[in-house]
Design a protein around this ligand. Sequence first.
Ligand code: 8OZ
Length: 364
Amino acid sequence: ADKLLSPLKLGSLTLPNRVFMAPLTRQRASQPGNVPTALNATYYAQRASAGLIVTEATQVMPEGQGYAWTPGIHSDEQQAGWKLVTDAVHAAGGHIALQLWHVGRISHRHVQPGLKQPVAPSAIQANAQTFVVHPDGSMGMVQTDLPRALEVEELPGIVAAYRAAARRAIDTGFDLVEIHAANGYLLDQFQSTGPNQRTDAYGGSVENRARLTLEVVDAVVAEIGAERTGIRISPFGTFNDISDTEAEAMAFHLVTQFDARKLAYVHVAEPDWAGGPQLTDAFRAGLRQRYHGVLVFAGGYTKDKAEALIASGTGDAVAFGRPFIANPDLPARFARGAEVNAPDASTFYGGAEKGYTDYPTLTA
Ligand SMILES: C=C(C(=O)O)c1ccccc1
């Protein structure tokens, strides 16, 4: 039988299947103010048959933005925009989590408030690119800027921003939040030996480098509860110039801590989606042994690979990104063994309806 299409208990929810929609940056929030729109609501509602939708990464404070036109969740206007999305997804019978983001050094002064220098655990520039609109109105890909090292006194303010964002998310009708601790952004920068050269309580040992992530987790859980809190990590990731000489130790420490807090789910972005190494079955089993909540894997999965992962008991759900871009009704296509269309990469980022809400669903 198709385990992938069987129901899944997650927190207080019973989800209809284990075909999750992965977080996908699409850069289509309205300006000024990085506000979600009715078009965003249509896009997400079209994909409401996912077991769980995880939204695009959404900055928790202005300094947390790294790319042009990504949405925030730190203003009343942004919250009102997201309400369009949660109402539309719930009207279509869906379930949706908001992914909470701070990009850290994967940013540029032209997308920072007051054209300020981006922030990071240490003043180490990433060999990475981002897309910004310049003050003169021109736009394009740029090298991410050299960041400023955060003072330890600034960290409580960042933790508070995640907490306030989680509050806004639940007040807006989101079923859960997913803390973004993956893919070379701020929390992953603190977790990793490459970008984090701090000599204070937030640098050095695995425990110290995990500290900010766990402070954010504890603040969010205090605000909205563990059963509404998920988190995404990307062990052995390389995207955005991330490197960690102690990647396995960090991953096992994090999931052990997540288990102790009974977080609703842990979402593992497998590094090969962005050209990193393949995870081993032994490593995935190591995560499963340490974390007993809902374990979600993502990164280039097919239906068959996903089915095998769930049948083996290692994973409970699989998140699909690019397939959901081009196939709004992906679960139905899996159920019917129908063709899964490939998306048009030229319309992944920016723009409007084209390559966003104009993909077809299966005819009856
Ligand atoms: C939020 C992202 C992530 O988590 O990797 C992202 C952002 C821009 C392009 C691709 C991916």
